[in-house]
Ligand binder design. Structure first.
Ligand SMILES: [Zn+2]
Ligand SMILES: [Zn+2]
Length: 270
């Protein structure tokens, strides 16, 4: 199981999850031209994508969905709320689901989980490679975590998690108070502090990569996000790697061990 972050931040998000024989794109928040460029950087043929899952309708996650899905003939999976907010998806092979449903692809399932964010029925996703059981979570645009989300993330091998803003930099940043409040609200975005606490709660023997995503360019830096997560994870038994995903470059592949090597890890007590 592999993950490429084609880019992440308020100017666009797209993440490829690859089980070896099935590739799914989570979000298409870049133009199809930009997506093509980023797929090429990851050496991935866009035609090899089996389906697109749109987590919510905000432009930084969905602006390229219509054109890319039509160009590369991808089915588009989205909640009925997202589809309502994006009527243009009617011009694609759109496949509605309800938050909480599990989507089935050739050799991968994707569990969807409702998230708290100011969008129309948004979700986070956890992909499971059917043959090996390896699991990858993509969680961005989240105002507050939930017990349900925590329980679903408990045994993932790769965690792509929003670490949007630093509390101090948000207060000192360029945004008016109303926007600061929206970002920090229960339907906004996770701070470094909140993301670090959630990442730490997800630590288990199989967690190999924590990829910090959706890092604000106005109210955060990769160094701030990495410092917060590293400090929190240092107080746990986490022995994997922490990485900050950039907005303007492709990063990956992050590789989740197969079920077999994971079993060996468990047996060795990692
Ligand atoms: Zn976003
Ligand atoms: Zn959003």
């Amino acid at each position: 199981m592999k993950v490429w972050v084609l880019g992440s931040g308020s100017r666009g998000n797209a993440i490829v999850v690859d089980s070896g024989s099935t590739r799914v794109l989570v979000d298409a928040g870049f133009s199809s031209r930009e997506l093509r460029r980023r797929f090429a950087a990851a050496d991935i043929a866009p035609e090899s994508i089996e389906g697109l899952v749109v987590t919510h309708e905000h432009g930084d996650h969905a602006c390229g969905a219509l054109r890319a899905a039509r160009r590369w003939k991808w089915p588009v999976h989205a909640t009925t709320g997202t589809i309502t907010a994006m009527p243009e998806l009617a011009y694609t092979d759109v496949r509605p689901f309800a938050a909480g449903d599990t989507l089935t692809f050739s050799s991968m399932t994707i569990q969807t989980v409702s998230t708290s964010h100011d969008a129309n029925d948004p979700v986070a996703v956890v992909a499971t490679d059917t043959p090996s059981g390896a699991r990858v979570a993509v969680v961005t645009d989240l105002g507050r975590e939930s017990l349900k989300l925590r329980s679903v993330l408990r045994d993932v091998d790769v965690l792509v998690l929003e670490s949007n803003h630093d509390d101090v930099l948000l207060a000192r940043g360029p945004y008016p108070i109303s926007v600061q409040r929206r970002i920090a609200s229960a339907t906004g975005h996770l701070s470094n502090r909140e993301a670090s606490a959630l990442a730490r709660a997800c630590v288990h023997s199989g967690l190999q990569h924590v990829v910090l995503a959706h890092i604000s360019q106005q109210c955060n830096t990769a160094d701030h996000a990495l410092a917060a997560a590293s400090a929190a994870l240092a107080r746990s038994r986490f022995r994997g790697r922490v990485t900050a995903a950039p907005q303007d470059a492709v990063q990956g592949a992050f590789v989740a061990a197969t079920g077999r090597s994971r079993a060996v890890q468990l047996a060795l007590g990692f």
